[in-house]
Design a protein around this ligand. Structure first.
Ligand SMILES: [Zn+2]
Ligand SMILES: [Zn+2]
Length: 257
């Protein structure tokens, strides 16, 4: 059975409804399917608005009660920005999310993954450094369950020559200590970088450290649910993973790969 914990709907920047996404997941044999729309603390067109949460809660209540072919999980992809902790905590209590995917999409006021042209004139190495610093701060809050797209700055093909292994190890050790997981996010395969987030050597490092992994397609349309999962599962097995995890009501559970 497959797990996909990372999808978006029309509540944020996806183009399909919850029902359409669930139908696509079931058709692809995904037995545990979590939708995690964006919640961002910057005002932008891709965040779920606070006035949509009531409708979102009832949408999930209906889906959970009426879907028999898959387990449906209510997740949220929540941006980390400095000082957001109390707001995250309050929304978590209000919404009873099964899990929170923690993301960094902003460095200061710059949304690094919404427009390739915005990278013009930017210092790539400094961007990676800052990105990882924020990611580590996010893990330190202990508010999140899953760390999203560990090497997102590569999205538009910007790679760094700096060896960040020690930084990734430090983050991995904290993910482990905080009983979190990282995701194999397959959406990078349809971006300019054309590889999964994170790249293979980070997956190998995290396997050595004993960090749990989960799977997410980061689908923004029903056609992309479970995209490249055969390839991702093969890679995880090659690296040595024999199980993947998911979170239900905040509790970590495992499935054999
Ligand atoms: Zn994201
Ligand atoms: Zn996402």
């Amino acid at each position: 059975m497959l797990v996909d914990l990372h999808s978006h709907t029309i509540f944020s920047d996806g183009r399909s409804t919850h029902a359409e996404m669930v139908e696509a997941a079931i058709a692809k044999g995904i037995g545990i399917y979590g939708i995690a729309d964006h919640l961002c603390f910057h005002d932008n067109p891709w965040t779920t608005r606070l006035d949509q949460f009531e409708e979102m809660r009832s949408t999930f209540a209906n889906l959970k009660a009426n879907t028999t072919s898959a387990k449906i999980l209510f997740g949220m992809e929540v941006d980390y920005v400095r000082g957001c902790e109390n707001r995250v905590l309050r929304l978590k209590e209000e919404n009873h999310w099964d899990y929170i995917i923690g993301s960094v999409h902003y460095i200061g006021d710059w949304n690094i993954d919404s427009n390739a042209a915005d990278w013009e004139g930017k210092d790539v190495d400094a961007t990676y450094t800052k990105y990882l610093e924020l990611l580590e701060e996010m893990v330190d809050t202990k508010l999140y369950n899953i760390v999203a797209h560990l090497d997102l700055p590569k999205k538009y093909g910007h790679f760094t020559d700096i060896d960040f292994t020690d930084r990734y190890r430090a983050i991995g050790e904290k993910i482990l200590a905080n009983n979190m997981a990282f995701e194999m996010n397959t959406a990078g395969r349809i971006k300019i970088c054309n590889e999964f987030y994170p790249r293979r050597d980070i997956v190998e490092l995290y396997h050595q450290l004993g960090v749990d992994v989960t799977l997410g397609s980061d689908a923004h349309h029903r056609n992309n649910v479970g995209q490249f999962f055969d390839e991702a599962v093969a890679l995880l097995k090659e690296v040595g993973y024999s199980r993947i995890c998911y979170f239900e009501e905040g509790q970590k559970r495992y499935l054999p790969l």
